[in-house]
Ligand binder design. Structure first.
Ligand SMILES: *[C@@H]1O[C@H](CO)[C@@H](O)[C@H](O)[C@H]1NC(C)=O
Ligand SMILES: *[C@@H]1O[C@H](CO)[C@@H](O)[C@H](O)[C@H]1NC(C)=O
Ligand SMILES: *[C@@H]1O[C@H](CO)[C@@H](O)[C@H](O)[C@H]1NC(C)=O
Ligand SMILES: *[C@@H]1O[C@H](CO)[C@@H](O)[C@H](O)[C@H]1NC(C)=O
Length: 392
């Protein structure tokens, strides 16, 4: 009898978990390469800057100025602290293709491409040649750019820059480090140095690639959302825990959305600005692993992600040997075959898929941003060349 109770209790505890895993694996199955169906609901779309940009994880829109910031890191092939690729730096590769934050002026008509896309020059920054940017965030009021740097030597840091858009210069102000920001991924600015930051894992790949993968596959809630203040580091605290926390965005001043790449889906929280606390409200299931989130000026939640996580892992593993100018085998390792998925969500409209591609046209989508007024949007791709520009 007692044993039966134990079984029942164990089942009650595990049932939602088993169901979640079932949904994930059935999602993977439905999205398997042989069954994958492309979809496009944009009026117009094209891949821009194929020859100039590679491995852009982030795109961030500054609608007021009509510019986008892009964070692109070709070095991610050999160094990915989230996926767990660690090839030691080689003299051969050094300086060949370095990481950049770019400013893209998408709103000025008839601008030559070379004028429209400019790399930000980092000044007063010692290690500009060895920079591994991940999430970026811009605070318009103070022209402050926050960049997560996945450092090889000094652990993960947040770099704070003062940006002059006109001169394309980012002056380094400080490096911010905190033990509670151990696997930082995305940043949402609350203004004046106050930030919400996600940690993607409890056990980062740098500490143990194996345990980090177990954490991902078992969907253990080791990721977190942390509040921090770069002017008052002692105010830092953990607000929520969830599996593989990735993108973070605010729908309005009291609602925070966080992507979980392994659950998979989006968790909605009520944010209390006075107490700086989060209260879980609801979960939106998605047919793909959501990577990053943004919110457009009409209040829609925008997202992009990975329909078939195993394909992304395969690409990230192969990339360790990628040499764009290397042997046939090294060139093959630079291929990107991981599919893309782009969608939007609103309370009224629900979840709507906008674009799906098997990776042939645009692979490994991570972020969608949209300028509602100008009717344009952009999608970045973690291991892709160029940026997908869409018109609606
Ligand atoms: C996610 O998107 C936001 C909003 O565009 C951007 O600021 C951020 O850098 C992105 N983060 C990551 C890790 O891709
Ligand atoms: C940023 O990361 C790079 C690459 O790991 C590292 O060389 C550099 O020192 C880091 N910058 C800071 C300020 O920690
Ligand atoms: C904020 O957004 C949420 C989710 O869309 C909505 O339920 C809530 O009513 C909004 N709150 C305000 C104050 O607009
Ligand atoms: C590949 O070779 C071309 C032409 O020599 C050069 O411009 C480019 O920078 C090289 N790319 C890499 C990644 O080494």
């Amino acid at each position: 009898m007692a044993r039966r109770y134990i079984y029942l209790i164990a089942l009650a505890i595990l049932a939602p978990y088993v169901y979640d895993r079932y949904v994930i694996f059935s999602g993977l199955w439905a999205n398997r390469p042989s069954k994958f169906q492309n979809l496009n609901s944009f009026k117009n779309h094209e891949v821009k800057f194929r020859d100039r940009l590679r491995n852009c994880e982030d795109v961030l829109l500054e609608e007021g100025m009509g510019i986008a910031f892009l964070s692109c890191n070709p070095g991610r092939d050999q160094w990915n602290t989230v996926m767990g690729t660690f090839v030691p730096p080689s003299a051969e590769r050094a300086g060949k293709e370095s990481a950049h934050i770019w400013i893209y002026d998408y709103s000025t008509p008839n601008l030559a491409d070379s004028e429209a896309l400019r790399p930000l020059k980092l000044t007063d920054y010692d290690n500009a040649a060895d920079f591994q940017p991940l999430g970026i965030e811009f605070d318009t009021a103070t022209s402050t750019l926050y960049v997560i740097n996945h450092s090889r030597d000094s652990g993960n840091t947040m770099e704070v820059f003062q940006v002059s858009v006109q001169d394309s210069v980012a002056k380094h102000l400080k490096t911010f480090k905190h033990p509670m920001l151990h696997t930082p991924n995305s940043i949402h600015s609350l203004g004046d140095g106050k930030l919400l930051v996600t940690n993607d894992h409890y056990i980062g790949s740098l500490i143990s690639p194996f345990l980090s993968k177990v954490e991902t596959f078992a969907s253990i809630p080791g990721g977190s959302v942390v509040y921090t203040d770069i002017h008052n580091p002692s105010h830092t605290k953990t607000l929520a825990r969830l599996p593989f926390a990735n993108g973070i965005a605010m729908l309005n001043s009291t609602t925070v959305a966080v992507a979980s790449s392994s659950k998979p889906g989006i968790l909605i929280y009520a944010f209390n600005p006075d107490e700086r606390s989060l209260r879980y409200k609801k979960y939106i299931r998605t047919p793909s692993a959501v990577d990053n989130l943004s919110v457009d000026s009409a209040g829609k939640l925008l997202m992009a992600g990975h329909p078939f996580g195993l394909a992304l892992m395969k690409v990230s593993q192969a990339r360790a040997n990628c040499e764009m100018n290397g042997t046939e085998e090294q060139k093959k390792a630079c291929e990107c075959t991981s599919p893309s998925w782009v969608a939007e969500w609103s309370e009224e409209g629900g979840l709507k898929t906008l674009y799906k591609d098997d990776g042939e046209e645009f692979c490994s989508s991570t972020t969608l941003v949209r300028d509602v007024g100008r009717g344009v949007g952009f999608v970045s791709g973690l291991y892709e060349r160029g940026l997908l520009a869409v018109k609606e």
